[in-house]
Design a protein around this ligand. Structure first.
Ligand SMILES: *Cc1c(COP(=O)(O)O)cnc(C)c1O
Length: 394
């Protein structure tokens, strides 16, 4: 049977692999050899499930959005990842990886962060486990994202500024990699999405796959069927989408829709529509589609939502795009902001701006009345209130 999951070599079709400096090889190799075995252990599974239940608040509800469904004349369900502890899906992954780190005997965690959301999710689980945490963050991002920096510090993490290059996410990533090379024995690097060298994309997708596992059970209960007609998610690196798609990937009856940030428009030079604009290249140790100049320099992405502002996309998504398995839609800042306002007023739920991109598809694409569409509501909008306030002059 054709599968869209990772192969034994760490590839999704032609994408993925582990393109890393030789000095990093022992670190990723240790993880590669152990991750499936550790995740399969009963003690690991039990602790992971328990924490997802009691600490994160899972299962998150699958909510039938009646007024939104009425407006667009189709059946729309929302998977409420916004109700997870810390306000988004990212914590599913950091809980999984902190348990993995403990099993590997690591007593120090490093992470990189752009907008600070992954940094906060990592600092949270390090506090939970009493493990030392260093988060690398570009100097520019530290200035732009003061509340998240404060959260990380409050949680006991050390935030180290990346002072080189453009002083944003990719420079923070370089610093984190340098740290890991220097501390291979005691340190685990928690990557925040389905990106990075094999086995990270697969490991993170598996930790997030709880989302689609729950959707199946909940849909069966509510609709008498496990499978929706479509699953929709916004894509930055691709982790909330990977989790929402995971158990449907190899079922051709379920349509997969990926929503990317077009920023000010795909052709404006200010966007993050990676699949539409990307060419094959290597970023973060993985072969994938990324936005680059004709001579291969990575282009700075732009989106009004910090979480979608990433120049690459995970190798799974690059494969879903190139193979045609996934339908990719690009949504501009303006379309996303308006969709976010609409969902707030139709359903009483203020979504993260990342997620607002996913809601905007209903203005682009019609669904039939009997079709069942699940939107992964990846996060809540509290963190984005200032941006909404400025945009709508509230
Ligand atoms: C970080 C973030 C995203 C984008 O990351 P993915 O890895 O693509 O899921 C999307 N939504 C929210 C709310 C986020 O915080």
């Amino acid at each position: 049977m054709k599968t869209y999951h990772v192969d034994e070599k760490g590839y999704y079709g032609e994408f993925g692999g582990a393109f890393i400096p030789e000095m990093l090889y022992p670190n990723t190799e240790e993880l590669r050899q152990q991750y499936l075995h550790i995740m399969g252990e009963t003690s690991f599974q039990e602790e992971f499930d328990q924490l997802l239940k009691d600490y994160v608040g899972r299962p998150t509800p699958l909510y039938f959005a009646g007024r939104l469904s009425e407006k667009y004349q189709t059946k729309i369900y929302l998977k409420r990842e916004d109700l997870c502890h810390t306000g988004a899906h990212k914590v599913n992954n950091t809980i999984g990886q902190i348990l993995m780190a403990k099993k590997l005997g690591k007593n120090r965690i490093i992470a990189e962060t752009g907008a600070g959301q992954h940094g906060v999710a990592t600092a949270t689980v390090c506090a939970l486990m009493g493990i030392k945490c260093v988060v690398y963050m570009g100097e520019i991002d530290i200035a732009r994202q003061a509340p998240n920096v404060a959260r990380m510090k409050m949680l006991g993490a050390e935030v180290r500024p990346a002072l080189s290059g453009s002083r944003t996410l990719k420079d923070a990533t370089n610093e984190a990699i340098r740290d890991w090379i220097n501390n291979p024995v005691d340190t685990h690097y928690i990557i925040g999405s389905v990106v990075g060298p094999h086995p990270y994309p697969d490991m993170v997708a598996r930790f997030q796959s709880v989302i689609s596992a729950e959707i199946k059970t909940q849909l069966l209960e509510k609709e008498g069927r496990e499978n929706p007609d479509y699953v929709v998610a916004c894509v930055g690196g691709g982790s909330n989408a990977a989790g929402a798609y995971y158990h449907f990937l190899d079922n051709a009856d379920v349509g997969i829709i990926a929503v990317e940030a077009a920023g000010k428009g795909i052709d404006s030079g200010e966007s993050a529509a990676t699949s539409a604009l990307g060419k094959i290249g290597i970023i973060h140790g993985s072969k994938t589609l990324l936005m680059q100049t004709s001579d291969g320099q990575i282009t700075e992405p732009y989106s009004i939502s910090a979480g979608l502002d990433y120049p690459g996309v995970g190798p799974l998504h690059a494969h879903l795009y190139r193979s045609g398995r996934g339908e990719f839609i690009s949504i501009t800042d303006d379309e996303a902001m308006n969709a976010g306002l609409q969902v707030s007023q139709l359903e009483g739920i203020i979504p993260a701006i990342e997620t607002s991109h996913a809601f905007a598809i209903f203005e682009h694409r019609k669904f039939r009345p009997e079709e069942l569409v699940v939107i992964n509501l990846s996060g809540r909008g509290d963190k984005d209130l200032d941006t909404y306030i400025d945009y709508f002059e509230l």
